[in-house]
Ligand binder design. Structure first.
Ligand SMILES: C[S@@+](CC[C@H](N)C(=O)[O-])C[C@H]1O[C@@H](n2cnc3c(N)ncnc32)[C@H](O)[C@@H]1O
Length: 207
């Protein structure tokens, strides 16, 4: 199966200091942490039989849940949040750091597409799974249809009622439009071919 998932766009990595959130702004560095219930929900339906790389770990929201469930986790991020190894641009990594990859990637400027393409390329070498928390709307967009068809995930899990937003008041509460975002866990396995299976998960069941 040919795995192509690329829409590279011009992008430069720069740490951006926190700034007051305004409508339409993106949070600096695309830092939208994953609530723990989202990862617990994933682990209720997916098993990982070896070490896991969280290559955009942020403050460790996903990595901590994986570790709590007994997994060995390698945590890296391009930026520093006091968790894991910082200064690691996932898109420039040529060697896999663990068998499986699980992350909620940065979305803006085509980064989610680039992360996915790169994760699938690395996982082909390890025989591991790739699980990405993506915007549900990304499943249905003209720029991606061919890519979804050529490299379909094994499973898709729509997950309701989660909000990926930094706690602590730095940016205030999530704006109302943001709470309407819907997410999906997409899981690629090395042996999969053909249509993806689709299932539903509820964030409230894992809070
Ligand atoms: C949506 S946040 C998710 C953080 C974490 N995965 C979680 O679920 O809480 C995206 C993360 O990607 C990181 N990031 C952005 N560009 C990156 C890159 N090129 N390589 C590695 N990490 C990157 C950001 O610093 C941020 O922590």
């Amino acid at each position: 199966m040919v795995r192509r998932f690329a829409t590279p766009r011009a992008w430069t990595a720069q740490a951006v200091p926190p700034q007051p959130f305004r409508l339409g702004n993106r949070i600096p560095n695309e830092f939208y942490p994953t609530p723990p219930e989202a990862t617990r929900a994933l682990l209720s339906v997916e098993a990982f039989d070896g070490p896991i790389w969280e290559p955009a770990c942020g403050k460790g929201a996903i990595a901590k849940v994986l570790t709590d469930h007994g997994h060995t986790v390698v945590s890296t991020d391009l930026y520093g949040y006091g968790f894991g190894e910082s200064g690691v641009d996932f898109l420039r990594q040529r060697e896999p750091r663990a068998k499986h990859i699980v992350t909620n990637p940065p979305y803006g400027n085509g980064l989610a597409d680039r992360f996915l393409h790169h994760a699938l390329t690395l996982a082909m070498r390890t025989g591991g799974k790739v699980a990405m928390l993506l915007n549900l709307a990304s499943l249905c967009h003209p720029i991606r249809t061919a890519e979804w068809q050529s490299a379909p995930p094994a499973r898709l899990y729509a997950i309701d009622d989660i909000v990926c937003w930094p706690e602590g008041g730095e940016y205030g509460p999530p704006p109302p439009y943001f709470t309407k975002h819907r997410y999906v866990w997409a899981v690629w396995t090395p042996e999969h071919a053909g249509p993806a299976a689709f299932w539903w998960l509820s964030g409230a069941d894992y809070r």
